[in-house]
Structure formats: C-alpha cells, structure tokens
Design a protein around this ligand. Structure first.
Ligand code: HEC
Ligand code: HEC
Length: 401
C-alpha cells in the first residue's frame, strides 16, 4: 500500500461502498449520508469505464497511475472505439506536471507556446476532456447527450451533483460541462500529478547525492553546446524558486521517423503535422509550423514509453539516441529506398525544411557525434532520476536553500 494510494482510498472510501453496493443502479439512495468529496467523485469519474461507448475504456485506461498517467502499453498505441478496435495516431502523454501550462498563444516573437495535447489545440484540461469522450478512436460517445445519459446512470450521480454544484434538473450540456470540470479538478486536486519527490528533487534539497553517471548526464543536459536539452526541457528553478517541470511548453519539429505500426500511416498521403493539422485546423495555412509538436515534460520519462508524439521510439535509450545520431547516422532511423535514406519521412517533402537543425542536431553525415554513446548512457541515467516516488508524500513545491 503506497502512501498516496492509501490516502486516496481513504478519500474514496464512501464511493467504493457505493460502487460495490449499488452495482451501477441508477437509483442512488438519498438516505445514506455521503462522505464524498470533490476529489473522490472526480477520481471515480476518471476511472469510470461506463463513460465510454464500449463500457470498457476510462480516462485511466490510457493514463494509468503506474505510468505517470501515460499509457501502459509500452510499445504500441492503445485501441479504443465502441468495439475497442480503433487506433488513434498519437501516443498518450503523461498528465503529470501540467499545472503550470496555460492556454495556447503566440509570444511577442511570434513563437507558439502552451495549450493541451501534442498540438496545443485545447486551451484547458476541461476543454481537452471533450476530445477522448467523443473521439471515435477513444471513448467514442456519439454526442453530448450520450455522455450525459451515462453520467445520469452512475450509482454516484447524486454525489456528482452535490460535489460539483450541478443545477437542479440539469440539461445534458450542463452535465457534460460539469463532468469536464470534474475531470480537470481531479488532475488539480490529486497530489499524484505534482509529486516533486524524485531523486532530482531530493538532490536539489540536499537529501540525495547523484551518482557520477547521473552527475555527468545532468551536465550534458544543461550544456548549450552539447545536449542543449535544457533549452526546451527546462531544468532550473523558476524566478520564485518554482521547481522545473522539464518543459517550457514551446514547440519544435524534430523530424521523427514515420511509425509503420500506426494503421493510418498505411495511407502514404496521410501526415500528422502537429500545429498545422490535421487534428488542429486553425493553423493549416501556417505551413512554417508543419511538423512542430509541443515539448513534453521529461519528469517520469522512464515510465512513459513509447516515446514522441507518434510512438516511433520504444526505449528511453533510443529516444536519447535519436538526438545523438539523427544527422550523423540517419540510416539508423529512416528507411532506405533505392539507396536513398528517407530522412524526415513523416513529413511531406515540402515541409522537411522546417525540421530543427541546431544543437544537439546539425552535424554532417559521418561527422564526430556531439553526443557519444557514453554521453547517451549518462543522459539516460540522469533522466531516470526524474522518476517520482509514488510511495512517498509530495515533496515541497519550492526549494529551500
Ligand atoms: C484511447 C486512449 C485515451 C483515452 C481513453 C484518454 N486519453 Fe487523454 N490522451 C490520449 C492521447 C493520444 C493524447 C494526445 C492527444 C493529441 O495530441 O491529440 C491525450 C492527451 C490528453 C491530455 C493533454 C495532455 C497534454 O500534455 O497536453 C489530457 C489532459 C488528457 N489526455 C486527459 C484525458 C481525460 C480527462 C480522459 C477521459 C475523459 C482521457 N484523457 C482519455 C489518449 C487517451
Ligand atoms: C528545440 C527543443 C528541444 C531540444 C533542444 C530537446 N528536445 Fe526533447 N523534445 C522536444 C519536443 C518538441 C519533443 C516532442 C517531439 C515530438 O514528439 O514530435 C521532445 C521529446 C523528447 C522525448 C520524448 C518525450 C515523450 O514523452 O515521448 C525525450 C526523451 C526527449 N525529448 C529528451 C531530450 C534530450 C535528452 C535532449 C537533449 C539531448 C532534448 N530532448 C533536447 C524538444 C526538444
């Protein structure tokens, strides 16, 4: 029994009683005094398979506790839809450390920042929840009314009403909106989403000492002329001592290899181009943004395989290896057709120039690597220090020095 799991089970205790006692009946008794809290109700909704068309898929199915709220499958994309046979084309990101993210925007220099999902098209976590509830490859509800009907049928519907101030005689839309609020609330209230108690945090607090490999990895990560990782995956405290979440929520095109395991990729004219579409539709004319995806947090990265938006890389060591050898040894990453390596083959030819070529990228084929095999191993050691301890309490949110 882990610390956080125990705390949550205590919080959800009344609800567990409801769930086992009422067995999905829609007539919840009003006699039993409820000890439900917003967190206990919201957590149950996040794990509620009855909210999907299949009856077998919850938010938690693709965002599991043990995988830092990313997907547990490891190498392939999860299947959703009414019969659990529909595949999407993006990997499920960790939902941890999103609290400091904000709505999508272009900054003063015209650079994209923020937003939720890999292309930032949702402005909040509540807005984002509409995606999976209605997506035909995920929870696959036909419409808002179908979702509302399922919520009304939950044994703990009355707890949902009381904890989330659902109006009397609510419309379907009101139920749907409150559901999305509840799902966001869960991610805000549950301390699992902001643990800040990894070895990295303990090192900052002076209660852990990095091994030599972890220490070397950190130096490479922060060195602008070598890994340059920290230029996107922020690794230093914020101005008020806020701990780094290993992303600045900016965007970049890394030119990842096409993933042949994604069914949609059997169509050679299909391309997932991130900011410029097809999931996002408002920036389709901004072709200079094609190929750009949001920088994800690297906290708990050891738990969230497969990697990158298209799940094209299955191990952490290969994810780091991609940065090291994409340009000096492209044949390792892209298929060769007629003797020619198909570099950046997951983008239409016209947009391949958008791909990032600065450090750690940018060397000629066959050149000496900026990151040696030993550097890659050290970086992996450092990244493994970013795994939180779910058996321990939340760490302090600011560093006391
Ligand atoms: C079938 C698997 C699946 C299910 C079920 C699912 N998600 Fe996701 N989730 C994903 C994928 C894939 C993405 C990335 C989507 C994109 O980029 O278009 C994602 C993205 C997200 C994000 C944005 C994360 C970020 O870094 O911006 C949030 C928040 C989220 N999901 C919450 C939820 C909630 C709440 C539910 C239940 C209503 C849910 N998910 C159900 C797969 C799933
Ligand atoms: C220019 C910004 C930038 C730099 C520099 C950068 N990254 Fe990234 N990183 C990204 C973006 C953007 C993604 C997501 C790309 C995608 O999926 O299309 C990403 C994804 C990752 C992932 C996979 C995350 C996941 O959840 O799937 C790992 C691991 C990673 N980076 C490690 C590193 C390391 C190690 C370095 C330094 C050697 C580094 N990054 C340098 C922008 C950057």
């Amino acid at each position: 029994m882990t610390f956080n799991a125990l705390a949550k089970i205590l919080a959800a205790a009344s609800l567990v009683g409801w769930l086992t006692g009422c067995g999905g009946s829609s007539t919840a008794s009003t006699q039993t005094p409820s000890t439900a809290t917003p967190l206990s109700v919201a957590q149950a909704l996040f794990a509620e398979k009855a909210l999907s068309a299949s009856g077998k898929m919850a938010c938690a199915s693709c965002h599991t506790d043990d995988n830092a709220h990313a997907d547990a499958t490891g190498t392939v994309l999860p299947l959703g839809g009414a019969s659990l046979d529909q595949q999407g084309f993006r990997s499920s990101p960790s939902l941890m450390y999103l609290a400091s993210n904000s709505a999508f925007r272009f900054d003063a220099n015209g650079l994209p920042f923020g937003g939720f999902t890999w292309d930032g098209r949702a402005n909040s976590r509540a807005e984002q929840a509409a995606g999976p509830l209605l997506d035909s490859t995920e929870m696959a509800n036909a419409n808002v009314a179908a979702v509302a009907q399922k919520v009304r049928g939950l044994s703990y519907f009355s707890d949902f009403v009381s904890q989330f101030n659902v109006p009397t005689a609510p419309t379907d839309q009101q139920i749907y909106d409150k559901l999305r609020t509840a799902l966001q609330t869960y991610q805000e209230l549950d301390t699992d989403y902001l643990l800040f108690n990894s070895k990295f945090d303990r090192e900052a607090d002076g209660t852990y000492t990095f091994t030599p490999a972890e220490q070397r990895g950190q130096a490479i990560f922060n060195n602008a002329n070598q890994g340059n990782c920290a230029s996107c995956h922020t690794s230093r405290n914020g101005p008020n001592g806020e701990r780094p979440v290993f992303t600045n929520f900016s965007y970049a095109a890394l030119g990842l290899p096409r993933n042949p395991l994604i069914q949609k990729n059997a169509d050679p004219t299909f391309f997932d181009m991130g900011l410029c579409g097809p999931k996002r539709t408002d920036l389709s004319a901004r072709t200079e943004l094609c190929g750009q995806f949001k920088v994800p947090t690297l906290r708990n990265i050891a738990l969230t395989a497969p990697y990158f938006h298209n799940a094209s890389v299955s191990t952490l060591s290969d994810a780091v290896g991609f940065y090291a050898t994409r340009d000096i040894d492209p044949g390792r990453w892209y298929p060769t057709v007629g003797g020619v390596v198909q570099k950046f083959n997951d983008l239409p030819v016209a947009y391949r120039g958008n791909v990032l070529k600065t450090a750690p990228f940018g060397q000629a084929v066959g050149a000496a690597p900026l990151l040696s095999a030993q550097n890659v191993a050290d970086l992996v050691s450092f990244l493994q220090t970013l795994t939180d301890d779910r058996t321990a309490p939340q760490g302090s949110l600011t560093v006391a020095r």
